[in-house]
Design a protein around this ligand. Structure first.
Ligand code: ATP
Ligand code: MG
Length: 354
């Protein structure tokens, strides 16, 4: 048998640089986010002339370029300015004050973090950054369990710009008063891309990732259309990669529209792409924030927080969380509203169980 005889050699592969299809790939330019990048840069600029910077809350739905845009700003800042410390934390991974301080120490190249508590770690951070000035970015900040880190920075770092990023502008309402009264946050919304914008962004990605002429006409249009419908740029990046892989599987040197159709078919619907996983996590966070609500009430919180899926899609996703045991769905029939479903967290006990 020659199971592997159809494998293409790397020169024959449709991909020139598959890494460009990683979500974390940083393109040289980030189209359609220039105006937002300018607003962010304006918050940071005072630091370059030894004044205090401004603080900003960036919000918008998943996959609209918040992270990629901020990283580009930080990269340029690092290239052009020497005496500003640039500190970036993804709070999904570092979700407590302690973990955040350890991570900040690591970025400041302070190696002796073992056996130290939050206070000692913060002292290290403070001593370094107060020698110059610092930009702190806390991406996915709504995932942090406690806000002590923010209070410490606000109180004890002199020249700084704090940039917070979240999917939920309503998260702000949960901030403690002691922080709200100190932080003075400007707000900046990232909106969905239009269809032509989506196409240009994916075209750029395609050029990075594929050999010239390796993608047939029509592929980009179809992927852009599906991406626009999903409103999440990650869907487009995933489809580009999967269509490329399917083309390779059939030992073709070009990606055809049929590869995209097949990629779409194998997904049944776009919900099962990476954006679905992200959506589910966001919804799970929402349930954690508002446990025990009726499905309809939870949907109201979801829309108030900037969510834009239709109720049916929303309910389907919540049901998926129920299927996997991440939330508990309790059907109640015969109430004033007819039958309804309560969405609880697994650990949350019903009143009758106490
Ligand atoms: N304007 C753009 N130019 C180039 N690539 C983009 C642009 N917008 C989004 N992307 C790409 O789409 C993907 C998702 O973008 P990004 O990670 O910035 O989304 P996000 O808004 O931070 O989403 P989330 O809220 O889920 O973190 C990334 O791979 C990113 O490179
Ligand atoms: Mg992001």
């Amino acid at each position: 048998m020659s199971l592997f005889k159809d494998i293409l050699s790397s020169e024959e592969s449709v991909f020139k640089n598959e890494v460009a299809l990683d979500f974390s790939f940083q393109p040289k330019i980030v189209p359609y986010r220039e105006s937002q990048q300018r607003v962010i840069a304006d918050c940071i600029k005072p630091l370059c002339v030894k004044r205090n910077g401004k603080n900003i809350l960036i919000h918008g739905p998943p996959g609209v370029g918040k992270t990629v845009a901020i990283k580009q700003v930080l990269k340029e800042l690092g290239e052009e300015i020497d005496d500003v410390q640039i500190l970036y934390v993804n709070c999904w991974q570092k979700n407590t004050t302690f973990k955040i301080f350890v991570h900040l120490c690591e970025q400041l190249e302070y190696p002796h973090t073992q056996n130290k508590g939050s206070e000692e770690l913060f002292k290290v951070v403070k001593n370094v950054v107060n020698k110059e000035s610092a930009v702190f970015v806390f991406d996915e900040v709504d995932k942090v369990e406690d806000m002590d880190f923010l209070y410490s920075i606000l109180e004890e770092v002199f020249r700084k710009s704090i940039i917070l990023i979240t999917n939920y502008p309503s998260w702000l309402q949960k901030l403690e008063q002691r922080i709200v009264s100190r932080i003075n946050l400007q707000q900046l919304a990232f909106e969905h891309y239009t269809l032509p914008e989506t196409k240009v962004i994916l075209q750029q990605r395609l050029k990075y990732a594929f050999h010239e002429d390796a993608v047939e006409p029509g592929v980009l249009d179809l992927i852009a259309e599906k991406t626009f419908a999903s409103k999440d740029m990650r869907v487009g990046v995933t489809l580009l990669r999967e269509a490329g892989m399917l083309a390779e599987e059939r030992a073709s040197r070009t990606v055809a529209v049929e590869d995209v159709s097949k990629a779409l078919e194998s997904k049944l619907d776009l919900d099962s792409t990476a954006s679905m996983a992200d959506d589910l996590l966001i919804l799970l966070e929402l349930v954690k924030e508002y446990p025990g609500l009726k499905m309809g009430e939870l949907f109201e919180q979801y829309t108030a927080g900037g969510g834009n899926a239709a109720y049916r899609t929303f309910a389907r996703k919540i049901n998926k969380l129920g299927d996997t045991g991440q939330v508990v769905l309790e059907k109640i029939s015969g109430g004033a509203d007819g039958s309804t479903t309560l969405v609880r967290l697994p650990a949350e006990k019903k009143l009758t169980e106490f």
